[in-house]
Design a protein around this ligand. Structure first.
Ligand code: OAD
Length: 389
């Protein structure tokens, strides 16, 4: 049996940063803000619990179990039982807002990707035309992601440092999406914010380190790849801005690489230490501005309890359960537009993250507070900047 071209295997077993996505076929249109409803094609595959029970007895059920075991995938038997708990009155942003206002929603986890920072002027990676991976021709890379691959970096670090000049967290201001997360924290509702971004804008927005997991590391520190000596951002910044490749001053041999996680590297210990306990407690998961194709981050969506609502705020639908995976009974990924709306828990709000966050804040009655917070904080940043000259 072949995996479909859109199959994204969500597997907590990937300890290292990796992408597992097959290319979309040419005729397949991604779902975008304009395409708010699914094509309905997913309805062909079984998803009700009775159909799933039949599957269980069939040979496909056995294959499913075998594959889940072999690939270390998260099997869905327990989840199937949990589906149908009515946490949301409706599968919409209104339903989510009502749920947040209720006493049943106390612990919210937010997960973010590059899409929450694009309005700050930082490009994302995979958006057609504007995404970083579509604008790397000048670096002559074997493939776009090579710029963040450790093996390639060891051979040729120059392209990364040229790009780092653009990406370093200098002079960018947090976006309304960042301040929405800060508001969740101020209201005591944020259990943790997991980010793939290395721009540190969450910290600039005032979200404390304790509430943050910077899953793909940070630009703020760096290490020599040879002797492991550590370096501060200011030291690296000076070299990078001067178009120098930062060489280790201690061993005089290694290159100093910012502590952002490259493909082939393991994620920070803090990520692995916190995920199990955090995700099992979540009352609500909000995912913003990510294509959810990079592992192991993408698999986190499957770690919340089976009845925990999941809200996606993004320009396009992402992270959806694949047909083949569903056919195999492996409940991996998000399921929007379920055939039986009574059992659904996933909501997609499609559009700009900042607009979605402001709208949700409005529905929660925090709209004005959020606007005032943004204005005040951005003014402070301007004042600090002018002091620095
Ligand atoms: P991607 O570029 O893969 O995905 C960004 C997602 O956000 C896409 O689905 C966009 O449609 C959406 N998006 C962009 N701007 C938006 C906006 N203003 N409002 C709403 N949605 C928007 O970025 P990530 O998912 O973060 O790894 O990528 C994951 C990882 O891949 C990165 O951390 C990076 C990269 O390789 C490293 O650098 C280690």
């Amino acid at each position: 049996m072949q995996l479909s071209p859109r199959t994204v295997i969500r597997c907590r077993g990937f300890p290292r940063l990796s992408v597992f996505e097959m290319e979309k076929p040419k005729d397949e249109k991604p779902s975008t803000a304009e395409d708010k409803r699914d094509s309905g094609a997913e309805d062909e595959t079984p998803n009700s619990s009775s159909e799933a029970t039949e599957l269980e007895d069939s040979s496909v059920g056995k294959i499913r179990k075998y594959l889940a075991q072999k690939l270390g995938l998260h099997d869905s038997d327990d989840e199937r039982d949990g589906q149908g708990a009515h946490m949301l009155t409706e599968l919409s942003l209104d339903g989510i807002a009502e749920y947040i206002k209720s006493s049943g929603c106390r612990k919210i986890i937010t997960m973010a990707g590059a899409g929450i920072s694009t309005s700050a002027g930082i490009p994302d990676f995979r958006s057609p035309k504007s995404g970083l991976y579509h604008n790397l021709e000048k670096y002559n890379l074997p493939h776009p992601q090579a710029i963040f691959e450790l093996d390639f970096f060891m051979e040729n670090p120059e392209p990364f440092f040229v790009l780092a000049k653009q990406l370093m967290p200098i002079g960018f201001k947090p976006t309304p999406s960042h301040y929405f997360i800060r508001l969740l924290w101020e209201k005591g509702l944020l259990l943790r914010h997991y980010t793939q971004n290395v721009d540190t804008l969450e910290r600039v927005a005032g979200i404390p380190g304790d509430a943050l997991v910077e899953a793909h590391g940070t630009f703020h520190t760096g290490h020599c790849l040879q002797c492991k000596a550590s370096y501060e951002f200011e030291w690296m910044k000076e070299k990078i801005l001067a178009d120098e490749i930062p060489g280790c001053e201690k061993c005089k041999d290694g290159i100093v690489k910012p502590d952002i996680v490259f493909f082939g590297e393991t994620l920070p210990d803090r990520f692995h230490t916190l995920i199990d306990n955090d995700f099992k407690q979540a009352d609500l998961l909000i995912i913003m501005g990510s294509s959810l194709v990079v592992q192991p981050f993408a698999s986190l969506v499957d770690m919340v309890p089976p009845n925990c609502p999941r809200l996606l705020i993004n320009k396009e639908k992402v992270g959806m359960q694949d047909r083949i995976m569903r056919f195999l009974g492996l409940k991996q990924g998000l399921m929007f537009d379920p055939t039986d709306t009574n059992t659904g828990r996933d909501v997609a709000w499609l559009g700009e993250c900042d607009t979605g966050c402001q709208l949700l804040a409005d529905k929660l009655g925090w709209g004005e507070e959020m606007k005032v917070l943004i204005e005040k904080e951005q003014k402070n940043i301007e004042v600090e900047k002018s002091k620095e000259g």
